[in-house]
Design a protein around this ligand. Structure first.
Ligand code: ADP
Ligand code: MG
Ligand code: MG
Length: 251
C-alpha cells in the first residue's frame, strides 16, 4: 500500500536534510510501528506524507498503491484515503468540531463521487463514533481543539479518523498527553479500525502504546533513516535496552 523509496527531504529554505535515504514498505492490513529517539525525523516524515508545503523532497519517491503522491496536494492525498493524526493537532477557532467533521466527511465523499450525507445520517454516525470513544457530546459543540486537553485533542483526532474511514492511517505520538484510561480508549478506537484493506502506521517514542496497539512490524528511525526492522518483540527489546545497541550495530 505504501512504499517509500530512498526518500530525502528537508525543510524548505534550509540546507540540512532531515530525512536521509529512508526506505519503508507497509502492506494492506499491516500495523507498522515507527520508533526512534527524539529528533530522529518521525514527525517530519508524517508531515511529508501529509504533503505539507513547507517540506521539500529532494530525492526518492512515495508510492501509494503504486502511484507517486509527491505531486499531490494535501486534500488530494486525503481524498485517496491517507489520514494523518498529528503530534500537535491544530486549533481551529470559530469552527465547531461538529461542523468541521461534517465538512471533512462531505468533502471526502465528494472526492469519491458519493452523495452528501443528510444531517440525520451525519448525526447518527457522529454520535455512534463519539460514544465509542467516550467523547462527551458537549465537546463536539466547541471549536475544534480550542482549549481541548491533550487527551481530548487525541480523541478528537481518532474520531475524525473513524468517521473518514481512511485506507492508510498515520498516528504521530498519539500517546503523548494521554493518561492510562484515555490511552486504552484511543487504542481501542484504533484497533477497531484494523482491517485487511487498511494499513496503520503508529509513530511512538515509547513501547507503552504498543502494548495496546500490537504492531505486526517495528521499524527504528534514526537520523532520517530506517536502521532496523523487526517483529513486535523489537519494541520490547528497545524498551529494555534503549536505542544505543541498535544505533551501534547500524553504524
Ligand atoms: P521527532 O519527531 O523524531 O522527534 P522531528 O521530525 O520533529 O523529530 O525533527 C527531526 C529533526 O528536524 C530535528 O533535528 C529537529 O530539530 C529538526 N527540525 C524539525 N522541525 C524543524 C524546523 N521547523 N526547523 C528546523 N529544524 C527542524
Ligand atoms: Mg519529538
Ligand atoms: Mg515528533
Amino acid at each position: 500500500m505504501l512504499e517509500i523509496r530512498n526518500l530525502h527531504a528537508r525543510i524548505a529554505g534550509t540546507e540540512t536534510e532531515i530525512i536521509r535515504g529512508l526506505n519503508l514498505t507497509v502492506k494492506a492490513g499491516e500495523v507498522a510501528a515507527i520508533m526512534g529517539p527524539n529528533g530522529s525525523g518521525k514527525s517530519t516524515l508524517s508531515y511529508i506524507l501529509s504533503g505539507r508545503e513547507d517540506y521539500e523532497v529532494t530525492d526518492g519517491d512515495i508510492l501509494f498503491n503504486g502511484e507517486s503522491i509527491l505531486e499531490l496536494e494535501p486534500s488530494e492525498r486525503a481524498a485517496k484515503g491517507i489520514f494523518l493524526a498529528f503530534q500537535y493537532p491544530v486549533e481551529i477557532p470559530g469552527v465547531a468540531t461538529m461542523q468541521f467533521l461534517k465538512v471533512a466527511m462531505n468533502e471526502q465523499r465528494k472526492a469519491r463521487g458519493e452523495a452528501e450525507l443528510t444531517t440525520p445520517d451525519f448525526m447518527k454516525r457522529v454520535k455512534a463514533a463519539a460514544a465509542e470513544l467516550q467523547i462527551n457530546p458537549d465537546m463536539l459543540r466547541r471549536p475544534l481543539n480550542v482549549g481541548f486537553s491533550g487527551g481530548e485533542k487525541k480523541r478528537a483526532e481518532i474520531l475524525q479518523m473513524a468517521l473518514l474511514e481512511p485506507k492508510l492511517c498515520v498516528l504521530d505520538e498519539t500517546d503523548s498527553g494521554l493518561d492510562i484510561d484515555a490511552l486504552k480508549i484511543v487504542s481501542d478506537g484504533v484497533n477497531a479500525l484494523r482491517s485487511p484493506d487498511r494499513a496503520v502506521i503508529v509513530i511512538t517514542h515509547y513501547q507503552r502504546l504498543l502494548d495496546h496497539i500490537v504492531p505486526d512490524t517495528v521499524h527504528v528511525l534514526y537520523k532520517g533513516q530506517i536502521i532496523k526492522t523487526g517483529p513486535k518483540e523489537l519494541a520490547h527489546e528497545l524498551e529494555a535496552n534503549g536505542y544505543a545497541d541498535i544505533i551501534g550495530e547500524a553504524a
